[in-house]
Design a protein around this ligand. Structure first.
Ligand code: 0O2
Length: 271
């Protein structure tokens, strides 16, 4: 994130806050749109709710000191990935990966880092899916790619994390061993509950007239819209899509992302 040289630190920090806030709002809007679109297409919303926040100065300073870095704006921008944080709460674990994949495909969002604490829970029992992304913030004469941390978790994971956070705070990170043990057990019970709820939900879907997984969004939704009100601009045939990297899934992801950016729909501008 390159910033203009400003008059003093306070002014510079206000500028940073403006960028972090803008990035959060942009991402929040994108996620709300996805959720609304999903709701319309599948009569189901994968996102229960979204919260976002700017990290408190105290928490930023504590983290920098933990990293052994001097507390200044340059270090905050460089080393603190979660100054701007957005939390997405889903009903089911499958929704977490569904949302994460949709974020990966957003053409203007760059994924910088992923930590899958669901596949690999932390030793204390913490589970969540974390992504560090960069969001372009368009200002009057510059676009600034701004870092945002996304945490995606189920309601059960959120309840656990919130209680653990309180316990950690209360005991200043040194909770008695039996409490740590019970917390870990709670995390395992909640993971079991999440799995049970997901299998129950899948069973219920089989009785539904519109099962979520079998709905083909592209063919069922896109075509009537194209026919009635606009034009899809598909430039993929005239463009060379160059893939880099050896991993096939990475290639596929990149291609899908590129494609998502190219499938532009001229909404209401005619043919
Ligand atoms: P707060 O008060 O929530 O802001 P990195 O992103 O790799 O540079 P970082 O930030 O340590 O390093 O990454 P990580 O592990 O992804 O953790 C980021 C955030 O995830 C934390 O921010 C917490 O919000 C949450 N988190 C991670 N581990 C735990 C945990 O064990 N328990 C709880 N309750 N939350 C956790 P902060 O700054 O630690 O805290």
């Amino acid at each position: 994130m390159d910033l203009p040289v400003l008059y003093n630190e306070a002014e510079e920090w206000n500028y940073c806050l403006m960028l972090y806030n803008a990035a959060l709002k942009e991402l929040n809007t994108k996620l709300e749109i996805l959720n609304n679109e999903f709701k319309l297409a599948h009569q189901y919303n994968p996102i229960e709710h979204i919260t976002y926040r700017i990290k408190t100065p105290k928490s930023i300073a504590k983290k920098l000191m933990r990293y052994g870095k001097e507390v200044n704006i340059e270090n905050i921008i460089k080393y603190i990935n979660d100054v701007a944080g957005i939390r997405i709460i889903c009903s089911f674990v499958s929704d977490i990966y569904r949302i994460a994949n949709l974020i990966k495909k957003m053409s203007d969002i760059k994924v910088l880092k992923i930590k899958d604490y669901i596949a690999n829970p932390k030793p204390n029992g913490y589970t969540s899916y974390h992504m560090i992304v960069s969001v372009p913030v368009c200002l009057s004469n510059i676009t600034v790619d701004t870092k945002v941390e996304i945490q995606i978790r189920t309601i059960a994971m959120d309840v656990w994390a919130s209680l653990e956070h309180k316990i950690c705070y209360k005991f200043e990170g040194e909770a008695p061993e039996h409490i740590q043990k019970e917390l870990k057990e709670c995390s395992e019970l909640l993971a079991y509950l999440d799995r049970k709820m997901l299998s129950l939900s899948r069973e219920i879907q089989n009785y539904s007239p519109h099962p979520v997984n079998s709905y083909n969004y592209d063919t069922k939704y896109k075509s009537p819209v194209i026919e009635s009100i606009g034009t899809i601009v598909d430039e993929s045939k005239s463009d060379n899509i160059v893939d880099v990297g050896s991993d096939n899934s990475k290639k596929k992801e990149k291609k899908e992302k590129k494609q998502a950016g190219k499938n532009r729909f001229l909404f209401g501008f005619g043919i």
